[in-house]
Every structure is written in C-alpha cells, then in structure tokens.
Write a protein that binds this ligand. Structure first.
Ligand SMILES: [Zn+2]
Length: 214
C-alpha cells in the first residue's frame, strides 16, 4: 500500500484474521515523510518515525515482515521502476491474495492511485514468462496471485466481517501515534466506516474491498 498507516486504516481487522491462518507481508511504497503539520519537522525524521510506527502496528497484528520501498511521499510514480520492484517481490513472496489501494477510488491522495496502478502492472509482469526476462534469469519464476483486493473503494464487492478483530484494528491504528492528530475524530470516523460495512452484511463491524479474480 502507499503509506505506512494505509494497511491498518483500510484492512486492519482483516489482516488480524489472516495472520492467524498464514503469512502476511507488508510492502509500504512511501514512508509518508511529508505527513506532518509541523513546518520545522525534517522529512527524513518523519520517515523514520513512521517506519517505526508501521513496524510496531504490523508486529502487533502478527505480520511476518514489513518491506519499505521509500518512494517520495506525494510523488509516487506508477510508470517508473516501482512496478518492477513490486513484480520482483510478487515472484519472490508468491502471494495468494494482494491488497492495495483502489486506483479508481475518488480519493485525494495521488499516491493511492499511483500505487494501485503500479501493483496492477506488477501483477501482469509477475505472472507471465515473457515479461521482464531478467527475473527468470535470476531464478524468479512467474507467479500468478489468485485475487486482488482494492481498498478503500467505492465499489465494494467483498465485505469481510471483522467483529472479532475490530478492537485489534483500533489498537493497531493507535500505533501510528504521529498521525493521529492529523486524523481528527479518527476513532469515530473509522468506527462509522466499519459499522456502515457491517450493516450491509448484518454484522457489527466489517471492512469492504473491491475483489478481482486474477
Ligand atoms: Zn495513504
């Protein structure tokens, strides 16, 4: 996903379930070094803080590993080498499911669109022999993930009950301490968000994704 807090905000409850059943890896595209309202803060210090917070939240949820690609915050480029880096990691980690930002969601942050687009291109590169031939040459054989989940989205087609892991999601979000003041009333907003999805499947709390079979 694009930024260090994106996984927990969008899918923390689902991740807390998945880590009970298998391996979850995070790939964080940008460290979000511009994510501060303090004019005097140094971006590289913000990045360091946010990496630590992301590792802490991931550890709390039982995530196996967090990989930071350290692309510039606010200037993630879907057309550069990002898609190759992601393709390398897809062939290496061999995921069944990939979760990323929905590039078609009406959302302010351009990094979310760029990340979603780069992931989709990376899946193409990763799954067939004739893309990026150097990968096979170094032993990274094609891998075809089975499903892609896009979130946040305004076209949810897969709604996952997180009633049992809602509390864990909220605690994981709290690990992103430096970001909480940038998200006024976040507890209320996130709770409303997961309750709205919950209503759609008659449970208390849920997270929504646009699911694509690959
Ligand atoms: Zn984000």
């Amino acid at each position: 996903m694009a930024h260090p807090d994106d996984p927990e905000l969008s899918s923390g409850g689902t991740i807390a379930q998945w880590t009970q059943e298998g391996n979850v890896h995070y790939i964080i595209v940008s460290c979000g070094e511009k994510g501060t309202w303090n004019r005097n803060a140094l971006p590289f210090m913000v990045a360091e803080t946010r990496e630590k917070e992301a590792r802490s939240a991931a550890r709390f949820l039982g995530v196996k590993k967090v990989i930071f690609l350290r692309k510039p915050d606010g200037a993630v480029d879907a057309e550069g080498c990002l898609k190759i880096e992601l393709a390398v990691l897809i062939r290496h980690l061999k995921p069944y499911t990939i979760v990323t930002n929905d590039p078609w969601y009406r959302m302010f942050h351009p990094d979310h669109r760029a990340t979603g687009q780069a992931v989709i291109q990376a899946i193409m590169i990763a799954r067939d022999w004739h893309f990026c031939l150097s990968l096979a040459e170094i032993g990274l054989k094609p891998h075809r993930p089975r499903e892609l989940l896009l979130t946040p989205t305004d076209k949810a087609t897969f709604i996952n009950d997180i009633t049992t892991t809602y509390a864990k999601k909220m605690k994981a979000i709290k690990r992103h301490k430096s970001q909480l003041k940038l998200l006024p009333h976040w507890e209320k907003r996130i709770t409303r968000y997961v309750m709205d999805y919950g209503k759609r499947i008659n449970v208390t709390y849920a997270e929504g994704f646009h699911k694509m079979r690959l």
